[in-house]
Ligand binder design. Structure first.
Ligand SMILES: C[S@@+](CC[C@H](N)C(=O)[O-])C[C@H]1O[C@@H](n2cnc3c(N)ncnc32)[C@H](O)[C@@H]1O
Length: 405
């Protein structure tokens, strides 16, 4: 038995005491006691709790591995996420205004990736237990929207229909304006009886679309609205996790761009930023996934009153836009995946684009990329921390870079 004091949280949300000893579900300043094995105190007794400790809002918090910070107050989680950004910037020698974290409310996640298994009695659906592949049922999950939560019986039915005896289904459930959009992987291959049963399930639950591996059964196109444009994304396509988070990021992007005329939206997805920006400026949207650029283009073509939007399917890691291609833009939006945008930023650093709106889901790669831009004459004016993944350790941000020369 050992007694230790938690000094800080690691990037996965575990408390860390001198040693280092990792202690799950603890907070800085807490004195905890327990058996330490291989540097981990797996079952700590909290001797002195932090003032920031709260009763977990969700009854599944202990078993479910979906959330890591349910034991922390909202104020603590926001300050911690802001500090994660501050440390990442500091490590690259960057200083700027860091705006307080904007956190999406409980019950706002409009997409969830559930796991489902067949059991002797039928099926169970939910999220994985902490650190294991056991599925725990989460009917009272506080994170997802009511419509997503209400889809769990449907997810169970999908497992009964199409999970193999020992396998596990991954079921991505997304809200759309025309009903739920479901993507299933990991099940049996589709055959005629399964196809028929999926059709019946689609009618029973009023689904917009159900995609089994690569086969989509569409009753109604599952529409996402970006600005005034209605877009039908391909199955499983990227979507910002909450409407509130998307609105916060878009507001930051608009502010960072200022009054621009021609914008390049790099890593554009299905047009989350490109289409709203097209209400005021021409946009060239570049994205690696052809089906997503196609959806974006169709959304633009069917919308009224937007400025011209061009699109290009292009791998921006291997084949970034070059300075002569970037020269025509007075603003750039860049929203890369977690790896960041090293190759594209290298090219941007060789240009003098007045404004860059940088959106990132990884403060470390963001800081690396922003430092490259700052070294070549851009000022990092501010960073807005955005939390679409409350109770988790994910941190997102939007930032304004301005060319100063
Ligand atoms: C964080 S998402 C942002 C999408 C969009 N900006 C949005 O907010 O909906 C990153 C996007 O980058 C795309 N992507 C990933 N790797 C890429 C690459 N090498 N080249 C171009 N696009 C890529 C993904 O398909 C995804 O749509």
């Amino acid at each position: 038995m050992q007694q230790v004091t938690i000094e800080r949280l690691g990037h996965k949300g575990d408390g860390i005491a001198a040693g280092p000893i990792f202690v799950p579900a603890t907070l800085p300043g807490e004195v905890v006691e327990g058996v330490v094995e291989n540097g981990i105190m797996a079952a700590p007794k909290i001797v002195t709790p932090s003032d920031d400790r709260v009763k977990a809002p969700c009854r599944h918090a202990k078993s479910c591995g979906g959330c890591q910070l349910q034991h922390a107050s909202d104020a603590f989680a926001s300050a911690w996420k802001t500090d994660v950004v501050a440390r990442a910037l500091e490590a690259q020698g960057l200083k700027t205004e860091i705006r307080a974290c904007l956190t999406s409310p409980p019950g706002s996640r409009r997409r969830a990736s559930f796991s489902a298994k067949r059991t002797k009695k039928g099926a169970l659906a939910g999220f994985h237990r902490k650190g294991s592949d056991i599925v725990v049922e989460t009917p009272d999950c506080q994170l997802v929207s009511p419509k997503i939560a209400a889809s769990l019986p449907l997810v169970e039915e999908l497992a009964v229909l199409g999970a193999s005896r020992k396998g596990e289904l991954s079921v991505l459930v997304t809200e759309s304006l025309s009903g739920l959009d479901i993507s299933v992987t990991g099940g049996k291959p589709v055959d005629s009886p399964l196809r028929e049963a999926l059709g019946a399930l689609g009618r029973k639950y009023d689904l917009a679309r159900i995609t089994w591996d690569d086969e989509a059964l569409t009753r109604l196109p599952p529409v996402q609205r970006f600005g005034v444009a209605d877009v039908t994304p391909p199955p499983g396509a990227f979507l910002q996790a909450t409407p509130q988070g998307e609105a916060a990021l878009l507001a930051s992007v608009r502010e960072a761009l200022g009054p621009v005329k021609h914008v390049a939206d790099l890593f554009a997805g299905c047009g989350t930023f490109a289409l709203p920006i097209a209400q005021d400026a021409r946009v060239h949207a570049v994205e690696g996934d052809k089906a997503m650029t196609k959806a974006l283009d169709l959304g633009w073509r069917n919308a009224q009153g937007l400025k011209h939007v061009t699109h290009e399917a292009r791998d921006l890691f291997r084949n970034p836009l070059l300075p002569d291609e970037l020269a025509r833009f007075d603003g750039v939006v860049i929203d890369p995946p977690r790896a960041g945008a090293e190759a594209q930023v290298e090219q941007l650093a060789r240009c003098q684009i007045p404004r860059i709106a940088f959106v990132s889901c990884n403060p470390v790669t963001f800081a690396r990329d922003a430092a490259r831009l700052v070294a070549s004459g851009y000022a990092l004016n501010w960073v807005q921390v955005v939390d679409q993944f409350r109770w988790s350790t994910h941190v997102e941000l939007a930032a304004e870079l301005e060319f100063k020369g």
